[in-house]
Structure formats: structure tokens, C-alpha cells
Design a protein around this ligand. Structure first.
Ligand code: FAD
Length: 399
């Protein structure tokens, strides 16, 4: 196998595949390789609906080979180390690849181990999570098993997460499920978040607060989940108080939907490409690495201060492609990413708030109506249109 590529892409997820496809649409003779260890490609945004029993899990996965753009060399391996001074990477199998240009698109790491007891109890004892293909279907099992008088807990960590709305979306689906079954007033639904507010954009925060009130959900901020005792169904939270003191609190549950703490992948964290927090250190507008001009970053792995979503990737990809091609042509970079991200917040079955906003948390709505209002049409977008667009247009680089 070749050991040198003009463009080496690390990660063949949402960002890596769409950026490769876009590059080849612009210049079909480009010499591109993607290093991606997984033989499966996932459409993660649908896992929320899977957890709510409204989407088939098998429709969220396809063979990686089937999404690999024609003309790209797929190296099925895992990058272990970057040597940016030498323009090289080393993989788990011990191979070394060199490049003229590199795009890092390795996503975010789920730190399941950071919550004591989580790995041992997930998938049983009412402990579930939509954040993994293997566990998402069990969320719906847990929701269906809840009875009057029982407690359903939903968590969100204080770390950055992919799709900041996802910890809440499943809670609104669950609450709506209990409402339809006529047991909502007798079920204790609680949101425990390590964050400080319900949502960063005031317009959507207001709409979500209304939902929380309608469903009668208890809100608890500054609460980070630190351990789970599955057999006894008790969750322990570290509570951060205003005067910087901390204490622990035990909360019994009948079901708990856990969003694990998240961080940059370890191999990025320990590399010369990382910022002080471990994220890939790129310019938030050009997406070029701050110290190595031949390196770009895209998607969840970077330190751009936008909400980490596939929607953000869709707006980053054309900027990266334009800037990279400009540099290859010895021209200045002119494309700029404005921090656009979008979060389709499922408000219940058949109801969705489509939050869209930029780096400054200003709404950037696509449709000519108030998107903070839960709508059936936006549910249709999430359930039917976006999955189709993902497989047929976004991964093909045509939007
Ligand atoms: C439950 C849930 C709900 C979501 N809902 C939405 C939503 O409604 N809307 C939305 O826009 N987004 C949503 N997202 C977020 C969206 O899925 C991500 O933001 C998007 O996938 C980011 O793309 P990415 O390419 O950066 O990361 P990924 O798509 O995760 O891809 C990263 C790739 O890098 C690979 N990789 C990792 N380590 C290495 C290595 N060492 N070497 C080589 N390759 C490596 C991985 O195998 C993976 O294929 C949701 C996510 C989840 C989990």
C-alpha cells in the first residue's frame, strides 16, 4: 500500500467522508486517503428517535465501504501518533503515512469510565444511553417499563458533548410517552445537569422552559454524575455550589438516561496538535491549525466554540474545502465559518423545535416562521428528510 498521500484525512465519520466527497467533486484527480478503523458508519442523530421507539436502529448503520467516496483510498487502521514536524502519522498496526496536507476529523471521545460503575451497569438495571448504537434501543425498553410512582432521571455532563440538545430530547420524548399513557403526573421526571442553564440561546431556552413546566420536570443544575450503583438503582452526583464548595448527593432512580462525559480523543489530546484542553487547535473561522498551516480540522474534534453537531459539519465542510484548495493553489484563504450549528430539539412525539444559531448564540433560522414553536413539519424533517439527506447528499458532498 502507498505510504504517501497528497491529502490524508483522519476519521471517516460525518466530517471526514463529507469533506473528502466535496474535495473530489471540486477536483476529481486529488490523491486522498482516509484512515478510519471502523467497518461501520453510523447516522448518530437518529439515535434519539431510536431511544424513543420512533426509529429503527438498523436504519442508522451502513458499511463504511458503502459511504467511502469513489477515488479515496481507505486505510482501515487507527491513528496513534502525530508527527507534524515530519508530516507523518503512525497507526496502531505500526504503519507510517506521510502527507502534504492533513485534515483531522476524528470526532469526540465518550469517557464512559469517568462515571464509576457506569460500564458495569449500562444496558441493565434501568441504566440506558442514546450515545451508543448498542445501548440506544434499551432506552425505549426503560421508558416503557416506568410505572406510576417511579422516578426517571436524565443527565447531562458539564463537559462539552456532541449535540448539546440530545440529553434533553429523550427526556421530552419520555415525558410525552408518560403523558400519552396517562401516568405523567404520577411519574417523577428529573433533569440533572452539570451545566448552568437549560440552553445557551435565550430564544430557545425560553421555549424549553415552557416545555419543562408543561411536563412538570424537576431541573437540577450544577450536578455532575460521578457514579452509578446499578444493582441498587442509585446515582451519585457531585454538586458544585456557588461558593466553589462541592458535595455529593445520592438519587434513587427506576430509569436513568446517561450522557457520558466527553473530551477530545486521547491520541489528539497527547499530541502537539492539541490546545490546553486537548482539542485540535484550529482557527475558528478558517479551520486551519494554528501552528501547522498544512493541517486543518473539522467536526467534533476541534476547539471551535460552536455547538458540536453534524449540522455544524455541514457548514464547516465547504469552508475547509475552499481554504485548503486556495492554499494548494498558493492563494490566500477567503472562506470563513461563522459558528453555525443547529439542534433539532424533539419536544415530544410529532413535535420539534428547530434551534439554529451562530458563534454569538444569535438565532440563524432557515424557515420563514418562528422555529422556537414545536411543529409537526420540523418533526417530519428530523425523522424522514434529514436521514435521507445524510446518506444521499451530505455524505456525497453535494450539500
Ligand atoms: C445521540 C446523538 C444525537 C445527535 N443528534 C444530532 C442532531 O440531531 N443533529 C446533528 O446535527 N447532530 C447530532 N449529533 C451529533 C453528530 O452525530 C456529530 O456531531 C457528528 O457525527 C460529528 O461528525 P465527526 O465526523 O466530527 O465525528 P464522527 O461522525 O463521530 O466521526 C469520527 C470518526 O473518527 C474515527 N476515529 C476515531 N478515532 C480515530 C483514530 N484514532 N484514527 C482514525 N479514525 C478515528 C471514528 O471511528 C469515527 O468514524 C448527535 C449525536 C448523538 C450521539
Amino acid at each position: 500500500m502507498k505510504q504517501h498521500y497528497s491529502i490524508l484525512i483522519i476519521g471517516g465519520g460525518n466530517a471526514g467522508i463529507s469533506v473528502a466527497a466535496k474535495l473530489l467533486l471540486k477536483r476529481k484527480t486529488l490523491d486522498i486517503a482516509i484512515i478510519e478503523p471502523s467497518d461501520k458508519h453510523y447516522y448518530q442523530p437518529a439515535w434519539t428517535l431510536v431511544g424513543g421507539g420512533a426509529f429503527d436502529i438498523h436504519k442508522t448503520v451502513r458499511p463504511e465501504a458503502s459511504v467511502m467516496p469513489k477515488g479515496v483510498s481507505w486505510i482501515q487502521d487507527r491513528v496513534e501518533q502525530f508527527f507534524p514536524e515530519d508530516r507523518k502519522v503512525q497507526t496502531l498496526s505500526g504503519a507510517t503515512y506521510s502527507y502534504d496536507w492533513m485534515i483531522v476529523a476524528a470526532g469526540i471521545q465518550l469517557d464512559w469510565d469517568k462515571v464509576e460503575g457506569l460500564k458495569a451497569s449500562i444496558g441493565k438495571h434501568g441504566v440506558c444511553s442514546n450515545y451508543a448504537f448498542d445501548y440506544a434501543p434499551y432506552t425505549y425498553t426503560c421508558i416503557k417499563q416506568i410505572k406510576p410512582g417511579q422516578t426517571a432521571i436524565f443527565t447531562s455532563p458539564s463537559t462539552p458533548v456532541k449535540c448539546g440538545g440530545a440529553p434533553q430530547k429523550i427526556m421530552y420524548l419520555a415525558a410525552d410517552y408518560f403523558r400519552k399513557k396517562g401516568i405523567l403526573p404520577q411519574v417523577n421526571v428529573h433533569f440533572y445537569s452539570g451545566g448552568t442553564k437549560i440552553f445557551g440561546v435565550p430564544k430557545y431556552a425560553e421555549a424549553l422552559q415552557k416545555l419543562v413546566d408543561q411536563y412538570g420536570i424537576g431541573l437540577h443544575f450544577h450536578h455532575d454524575l460521578i457514579s452509578i450503583d446499578g444493582a441498587n438503582q442509585v446515582a451519585t452526583f457531585l454538586v458544585h455550589e456557588a461558593d466553589n464548595r462541592e458535595h455529593k448527593v445520592d438519587v434513587p432512580f427506576d430509569m436513568i438516561h446517561v450522557v457520558p462525559p466527553q473530551s477530545a480523543p486521547d491520541f489528539v489530546k497527547r499530541s502537539p496538535l492539541a490546545d490546553a484542553q486537548g482539542w485540535l487547535d484550529v482557527d475558528q473561522h478558517t479551520l486551519q491549525h494554528k501552528r501547522f498551516p498544512e493541517i486543518f480540522g473539522i467536526g467534533d474534534v476541534t476547539n471551535t466554540p460552536n455547538a458540536k453537531t453534524g449540522a455544524a459539519v455541514r457548514k464547516q465542510a465547504p469552508v475547509l474545502v475552499e481554504n485548503l484548495l486556495a492554499l494548494m493553489d498558493h492563494k490566500p484563504m477567503t472562506a470563513s465559518y461563522n459558528g453555525y450549528s443547529s439542534c433539532p430539539i424533539v419536544a415530544g412525539y410529532g413535535k420539534l423545535i428547530l434551534a439554529e444559531f451562530d458563534y454569538d448564540n444569535h438565532p440563524m433560522e432557515t424557515f420563514p416562521f418562528n422555529q422556537a414553536k414545536p411543529r409537526w413539519s420540523m418533526w417530519v424533517l428530523k425523522k424522514y428528510i434529514l436521514p435521507w439527506l445524510y446518506w444521499h447528499r451530505i455524505l456525497k458532498g453535494t450539500i
